[in-house]
Design a protein around this ligand. Structure first.
Ligand SMILES: Nc1ncnc2c1ncn2[C@@H]1O[C@H](COP(=O)(O)OP(=O)(O)O)[C@@H](O)[C@H]1O
Ligand SMILES: [Mg+2]
Length: 208
């Protein structure tokens, strides 16, 4: 059983994109549910586009995330929580107090990375109640054919939270899959490179 929360302090970082793809990959190993705790309900919208009955389940957890987690734990092997784009939102606090792993997508820019400093404080506060909480930054929308710049490396080295070795590249397939209500794992050869990244990230962050 894994409870993973996609957390961040701004929209557009890739929480929902990673949420639906990571959950779809986990769903291949154990029944998995996405708890959509973001009032924008993007994960729910994504699921409504799908015509695949076997696709990962998505439940509305905006109003009462704690009871949604309690209920879902009885039925599902893995829970993936899509949080609102603010670490000050109550749903984010609930998620951090109950998850074993918080994944924080950030774009590969020092400005975006520095914007995550508020998250470190929230993670530290949540550890008061959830001492085993792990939190990992995930570089998302990495540009192909560019390495991380020197500035970015300096910014990364200043972070107190660890950064996943696996970075997720900016790929059109991540966008088109969402439009089709699918995950990149369902796109065959079109999604293969993206699927490799998603599986590599799971392998890296869920290793114990
Ligand atoms: N790795 C990626 N490659 C290409 N586009 C991406 C990637 N990750 C996110 N996007 C796009 O960036 C935008 C914001 O992503 P989204 O997952 O909605 O972020 P959040 O949920 O944090 O607000 C969306 O248009 C999404 O399709
Ligand atoms: Mg979102």
């Amino acid at each position: 059983m894994a409870i993973i929360a996609l957390v961040g302090n701004k929209g557009g970082a890739g929480k929902t994109t990673l949420c639906v793809n990571l959950a779809s990959a986990l769903n291949e190993t154990a029944p998995t549910v996405i708890l959509d705790a973001d009032p924008q309900r993007s994960s729910l919208q994504w699921r409504e586009l799908s015509d695949n009955a076997d696709a990962v389940s998505v439940l509305d957890a905006v109003d009462d995330l704690p009871s949604a987690i309690l209920t879902a734990r009885r039925t599902y092997g893995h829970l993936v929580i899509d949080c609102p784009p603010s670490v000050h939102a109550e749903q984010t606090a609930h998620a951090l107090e109950r998850a074993e792993l918080a994944l924080i997508p950030v774009q590969p820019s020092p400005l975006d990375l520095w914007a995550t400093v508020h998250i470190e404080g929230r993670v530290a506060a949540a550890r008061g109640r959830n001492p085993d909480l792990r939190a990992v930054l995930v570089i998302n929308q990495m540009e192909p054919r560019t390495n991380l710049s020197r500035l970015m490396r300096e910014a990364l080295s200043e972070m107190s939270l660890p950064v996943a070795d696996t970075a997720i590249r900016r790929r059109m397939t991540f966008r088109s899959a969402v439009l089709e209500g699918r995950s990149v794992l369902d796109l065959g050869s079109r999604g293969r490179a993206a699927a490799v990244e998603i599986r590599a990230l799971i392998k890296e962050v869920l290793k114990r």
